[in-house]
Design a protein around this ligand. Sequence first.
Ligand SMILES: *Cc1c(COP(=O)(O)O)cnc(C)c1O
Length: 364
Amino acid sequence: MATTTHRVFNFSAGPAVLPVTVLEEAQRDLVALPGVGMSVLEISHRSKTFEGILARTEQDLRTLGGVPANYQVLFLQGGASMQFSMVPLNLLTSGSTADYIVTGGWSQKAVKEAQRVGAVHIAGSTESENFSRIPRQDELKLTTGAAYVHFTTNNTLFGTEWAHEPSVGDLPLVADTSSDMFSRSIKVSKYGLIYAGAQKNLGPSGVTLVIIRQDLLARSSKSLHTMLNYAVHAENGSMYNTPPCFGIYLMGLVMKWALAQGGLEAIGRINERKASKLYAEIDRSGFYRGTAEKNSRSRMNITFRLPSEELENRFVKESTAAGLDGLKGHRSVGGMRASIYNAFPEEGVDALVSFMQEFESKNG
Ligand SMILES: *Cc1c(COP(=O)(O)O)cnc(C)c1O
């Protein structure tokens, strides 16, 4: 069934654009799943049907991400923000220190929660440069024997992204990958724990993906509140209580879509090409100015400014009217932000480039 509703190009930072084919399949099957006669919104999470959906979603996710067998995949709730608490509650054992690399507002929020739990060491920060870049390896000061090292792979507000993981030796690496999860190949074995709110690259809001190395589950204390305990969620296959059924179902459709794109290498190439087109336009004439340092630029959130705030306001208004929605930047950076996650169509990037050229020729 083709959707007849007109869709604009949606540059929202999150919740964000989803593949049209995914929305169409969900729409087609919303009232009654084929062969089931009930909506996915109505069935028991203990039913065979839902168990099948959960198992298939996990299997496709493992295939897509090459998740090794010694990692557990958990589907939780509370968003990435709940992980800011769960990570230290489970992994920051008493007497140890957790290292945090601070590259933006989300890293800062993660630090704030960890500090409620135990000792936190800031192993690196680019705050004094308004987070316009990712720290270099030689700037990082890691704690010997740290409980883990936390970093944010992509800084959604500031438009910066790690080109590759920081080197942390044998320390467990913990990553908030909310805004670039599965946007390119990922070597899961480099990580102790990966988490992501789904609503940028993986599905709708309401489900949070956690991938945790099995041995780290032993750190979860029995005295923790049940719902905050990774080991409990792992033992119960993400079904200790009612999981976010619809979110998991939709994430399953997105995983299937991502596999059909050719997997993460193919997706990575497409994302690289989409981002390059926008950065080329930003760099072309000097009218637009990228806010992130070139070697720290994000492929997901492209942030740029115009010569004046007045022009920026006009740009927002006129681009919205032209069917390019959600380009206003975050207030901590100002200017524009084009969020172009996996499902964002390349035609939308081309449309923005054309709009930028026209806008400059009228106002430059
Ligand atoms: C959006 C975002 C979050 C917050 O996610 P919630 O699911 O709303 O809690 C955290 N970290 C990063 C990097 C994000 O982009």
